[in-house]
Ligand binder design. Structure first.
Ligand SMILES: C[S@@+](CC[C@H](N)C(=O)[O-])C[C@H]1O[C@@H](n2cnc3c(N)ncnc32)[C@H](O)[C@@H]1O
Length: 347
């Protein structure tokens, strides 16, 4: 959390108490975001009265929230001007929606997930089964879905050109399974002028992708294929040279991945490549502790909301091998993001 903790203060403090402050800070920051506090303060500091008027909130209620946010490090009190608050440099630098790397969509998305979906955590551990259908839940919440796709798009913004350069030559026909926001297909098409791409994803997940493809002027080279992969009627086509499965396998359990790999094998030409982008459970050596902590928590989230998890490289490789793929290799992409490349064996 943004609160800078003095190691002396931490000595002997119950860790759970520190986590309680972190949970409260996260919830308060989410409320401030939903109320428009950070966005309204982007141009500069305001008094409680001015901010309350602009965000349609009660001045007394808002004042309590602002004091909490100031102590968490989200806001700065303005020296010499009592009751005037501004965004801290951390907020100005990371929660501004005008930046493609803004953390604002992630803050909004995780607020909704933790508040609405983590209630089922104990039961999912007891039963080993997810307690909700994550994508059905998302479909019913267009605002959360838009934040989710925008968060993924932001994460892909820096990674896409690097991944396109680390992956093998994609040939002429690319199939991007679960490629919703289109950032990766667009990066591959920009890197390989002869390439055409098909993006398969749930209908509403493709909305952002449609806009990105138009903006990139790639409407004649990138085709959208809306549909649920669980529906056998959704035809992924045949004869593709390369299939991208980017951050998709972690949403499925073993059976789901085996079924997915079988369908992808049917859509590729013999010798065609499947490229998996994932964080693998066997993390690269030297992964920082905060990165590992988020990945393990994310795996817990996947288990309780989707029945998935962060899989090991060996597990995904074994399921691919059973589905007719060989020549499996692991390639570094960026930090814990790694590629698994495999080729469809010819009969
Ligand atoms: C975690 S996101 C990854 C998005 C993108 N590939 C990336 O790496 O940034 C998973 C994507 O798979 C799509 N997806 C998940 N289950 C699906 C299903 N049953 N049918 C079609 N698409 C699905 C989601 O809508 C989402 O866009």
């Amino acid at each position: 959390m943004p609160l800078y903790l003095d190691p002396e203060e931490l000595r002997g403090a119950p860790g759970a108490h520190i986590d309680l402050i972190g949970a409260m800070a996260f919830r308060a920051a989410g409320a401030a975001q939903r109320l428009g506090v950070f966005e309204t303060l982007m141009p500069g500091p305001l008094s409680v009265a001015e901010l309350a008027a602009r965000t349609c909130t009660d001045p007394a209620g808002l004042a309590v929230l602002l004091e909490a946010l100031a102590s968490f490090g989200y806001l700065d009190r303005t020296p010499g001007r009592a009751g005037v608050y501004g965004n801290s440099p951390m907020v100005a630098g990371t929660l501004d929606r005008r930046s493609p790397w803004s953390y604002a969509p992630a803050l909004a998305f995780w607020q909704d997930v933790l508040a609405e979906l983590w209630d089922g955590l104990e039961e999912s551990v007891r039963t080993g089964a997810p307690q909700v259908d994550f994508y059905a839940w998302l479909e019913e919440r267009p605002r959360t879905l838009a934040e989710f796709q925008s968060m993924l798009d932001g994460m892909a913004a820096g990674l896409a050109p690097l991944v396109a350069a680390s992956a093998p030559h994609p040939g002429e026909r690319l199939l991007d399974v679960g490629g919703g926001h289109a950032r990766y297909s667009v990066a591959f098409c920009q890197a390989y002028p002869g390439l055409t791409a098909t993006i398969a994803d749930l209908p509403n997940a493709l909305e952002g992708g449609r806009a990105r493809i138009e903006a990139a002027g790639l409407g004649d080279r990138v085709t959208l294929l809306p549909g649920d992969l669980a529906d056998p009627g959704v035809d992924l086509g045949a004869g593709h040279d390369t299939a991208l499965l980017f951050n998709l396998c972690h949403g499925f359990d073993e059976a789901g991945n085996r079924a997915l790999f079988k369908r992808v094998a049917g859509a590729l030409r013999p010798g065609g490549a499947v490229v998996v982008l994932e964080t693998f459970a066997d993390l690269p050596e030297g992964t920082p502790a905060t990165v590992e902590a988020f990945i393990r928590a994310f795996s817990l989230n996947l288990a309780t909301t989707q029945g998935g998890r962060i899989h090991s490289f060996a597990d995904i490789a074994a399921w691919l091998s059973d589905s007719g793929f060989g020549r499996i290799e692991r390639r570094h992409a960026d930090g814990p993001n790694e590629l698994l490349v495999a080729r469809l064996e010819t009969a």
